[in-house]
Ligand binder design. Structure first.
Ligand SMILES: [Zn+2]
Length: 141
């Protein structure tokens, strides 16, 4: 990957990361102010506890995104940024432009989404089968 493109990607990722961290800090500050009214001092929280607090505040989606951004930044440092984590082919520049934290190329991403979907479908079918064996009247509903 060209240096200029890497630099752009890095600054965009940094920006995204800052945005997410800023939201977390705002939420934490609000939480602290609430806690102080109860006479508690949460400034002395052990970092493990603080991590738990952050994890609690962050939704799954934000947490995944922050993780993906961290991974992408680490890969810029390593020099492996822009290469698909799965098949090691180059990720299309347009894709990196739209989602600088992409770790998979378009086809591997589609493949992994397909797998996730079929896994969900499989789970659903199993649940239905379990239901079917206990609910005898299913057909007459
Ligand atoms: Zn791939």
């Amino acid at each position: 990957m060209r240096k200029a493109a890497l630099k752009t990607a890095k600054s965009r990722l940094d920006e995204m990361k800052r945005g997410i961290l800023r939201e977390i800090k705002d939420d934490l500050r609000q939480g602290r102010e609430g806690a102080k009214e109860d006479g508690m001092d949460t400034y002395d929280l052990a970092s493990e506890e603080r991590d738990r607090e952050i994890n609690f505040i962050l939704g799954d989606r934000e947490r995944d995104k922050l993780q993906a951004i961290e991974d992408a930044l680490a890969r810029i440092e390593e020099g492996s940024y822009g290469v698909c984590e799965n098949c090691e082919s180059d990720i299309a520049p347009g894709r990196l432009d739209a989602m600088p934290f992409s770790l998979l190329c378009v086809s591997c991403q589609a493949e992994s989404e397909k797998e996730a979907r079929s896994q969900r479908k499989f789970d659903d079918e199993r649940a239905y089968r379990r239901l079917g064996s206990t609910e005898v009247d299913e057909d007459s509903v």
